[in-house]
Design a protein around this ligand. Sequence first.
Ligand SMILES: Cc1ncc(C[n+]2csc(CCOP(=O)(O)OP(=O)(O)O)c2C)c(N)n1
Ligand SMILES: [Mg+2]
Length: 395
Amino acid sequence: MALSRLASSSRSNLLKPISLALSLRRSISSSPDDSSTLTIETSLPFTAHNCDTPSRSVDTSPKELMSFFRDMALMRRMEIAADSLYKSKLIRGFCHLYDGQEAVCIGMEAAITKKDCIITSYRDHCTFLGRGGTLVQVFAELMGRQAGCAKGKGGSMHFYKKDAGFYGGHGIVGAQIPLGCGLAFAQKYSKDGNVTFALYGDGAANQGQLFEALNIAALLDLPAILVCENNHYGMGTAEWRAAKSPAYYKRGDYVAGLKVDGMDVLAVKQACKFAKEYALKKGPIILELDTYRYHGHSMSDPGSTYRTRDEVSGVRQERDPIERVRKLLLSHDIAAEKELKDIEKEVRKEVDEAIATAKESPMPDPSELFTNIYVKGLGVEACGVDRKENKVTLP
Ligand SMILES: Cc1ncc(C[n+]2csc(CCOP(=O)(O)OP(=O)(O)O)c2C)c(N)n1
Ligand SMILES: [Mg+2]
């Protein structure tokens, strides 16, 4: 009974026709390397709370649209390959995949620089790639190898790339929100003109720490953009069962918010650009990005017990972020179908090669068990389980 209510109520909310994405400002014939400006209308209007709405007309170029297509296809393929590696037991432990949500990551990167910070949850593989991480670093980390971005010691949930402003990768639901506000505090303190995007899910949106962090961020006018990636489920719990008000963009009350179609990469780009400008002038803002995950919550969840297969295939058919860009490229004569298929083949090959390279990387040396744990020189003592054997003083 509950499941059928869930299936029918969420289906009607989740499906919005992809054809809406094709309401174009102008139609031109173009080439893939063309950097000239092309203006495209977002699929849906933005909905604002306590702030103006950005324009629905988004400036892009044929070149940018091609890169969106390629980058999202690469992320999709990477996550599907991670699924296979997990099933063949080459990846162990927790593993949360991002396929379906790619437009969030790609649209956000298109609006910001690597000096802006990003911090997110455990669903972090694509965010790392978007920040300039490599496929080999991703697969090596997932398989616990030395060449991984955290030397194979962090695994799926703890990707990190400080040199590109990526501060993880956090397994504790919601913990990244106050940490992200801390990053924004540092940015404000050093007056460096950059902002922090702290991403969290619709499940995390019900936690108290979000509101505590928002209060301080608003009091201090911190350049913090809190991004609720609303994929409509927290593990197997649908949003309507967990949230009295699922209007997450309004939940900051006195803090401005914007609701955005998170399956439309151009809408995400426009919203992130708007939010960055807003946050630098006025302080925190919430972006609610309406998105969807195709996989279950993690690899132990088939994702089919609390939602119907029809719901998943309906979103794929009507809102898929990659298909949306494919349609734009075709309708503007920027690329032919075959070129796009060739890109998908190239991407597949790139992923396979990266997996082969990652597999050659050795497992971490046992001595790595003692690195990156304590500050050097503290002389901390470690011992065996009986508290007597194997006592050593760590360097
Ligand atoms: C503090 C805490 N509580 C519970 C969990 C277990 N847990 C892991 S993910 C998750 C659901 C989070 O859902 P959401 O915030 O919507 O993010 P999504 O997985 O959909 O990206 C829960 C309850 C945890 N990791 N940390
Ligand atoms: Mg969720």
